[in-house]
Design a protein around this ligand. Sequence first.
Ligand SMILES: *Cc1c(COP(=O)(O)O)cnc(C)c1O
Length: 379
Amino acid sequence: MFDKFISYVRDIYSSKDAIPLHEPTFIGNEFKYVNDTIKSTYVSSIGEYVQTFENLIEKYTSATKAVATVNGTTALQVALKISGIKTGDLVITQPLTFIATCNALHYLGASPIFVDISDKSLSLCPKALEKYLDQNALVSNSKCIHKKTKKQIKAILPMHTYGHPAQMEELVAIAGKWKLIIIEDAAESLGSFYKGKHTGTLGDIGILSFNGNKIITSGGGGMILCNKDEDGVKAKHLTTTAKVPHEYEFFHDEHGFNYRLPNINAALGCAQMENIEKFLGRKRSLAAKYESFFKNSEIRFVKEPDYGQSNYWLNCIIVPDKKFRDEFLKKTNYEKIITRPAWTLMHHLPMYKNCLKGSLKVSEKIGSTLINIPSTPVI
Ligand SMILES: *Cc1c(COP(=O)(O)O)cnc(C)c1O
């Protein structure tokens, strides 16, 4: 199995060299647009590519307002802040996620509650969520209160894992019933849709990331997807030092952040967006190849759910047990076919190990048997 997989991947990429997990692809106007910013001297926080990039993302995702930021983590921090997340608040999220999801909460003094993922979507499980709330929370004066700590559970923060859309309709219904806001961490899921709607636009607010390993990159970068115009205005203000617009005076009316996306990064992002359909198509055909390779084997290739479309950002397989996983990782990486285990589950990290949590059986199982396999689109 291991040797067959290794030669299969080498065939796909027609390469004898190291095959990365995911690397950016520059086949369009990247050089031209980045050069423009250098020639014009507008490489920093002012320049027209930022607005253009925001417009492209708005159009593509149908978000009411998209606000660019310096990375996805800061986008999430600001999206949470705008949603009213404050010191002492609790927010329900999944333990299978990248560290940024929890860190963004921490920066605001809030804490995560970990609830299990669904085996199907690998994202926050509606059934587990409902069960956790039934057992641990009550609604009083339109607020969801965690019974034991008396703290308010303000929101749920589902993450569309590896690009596969979460079960949003069910999550939205539960959030409504329990008076919870929904902030979507769609950092990995540009190009993923839930019943035709772009991920990150189904809850109250969402975010994207354009880090170098994501489906498109701006070097570093992020975007806040706002469903309400007023959130867009707030997000722009907060991320641009809360400066009140004036011809020459500097007046800031609150504690803002300098989270602006530089123009040079936005230029790269614009060029990448022009090829998004191409990237998605090639990712889809790569996923189809893996799917057929693992068919009728003891390994499950994770397919997009029937209710949505995945961008197949990072292809995932789930192997029978941890021992199998460890051997797979060792052999493939030794042969320079880069593969990676799932992130260490958040509640196993020192900073988050004492957080509240429900039963995390599915997360534990997936966390120790999932492997990401090479996912750069083949051009
Ligand atoms: C990439 C990522 C982010 C944001 O990361 P940045 O590197 O700050 O752009 C947030 N959440 C998840 C789940 C991610 O994968």
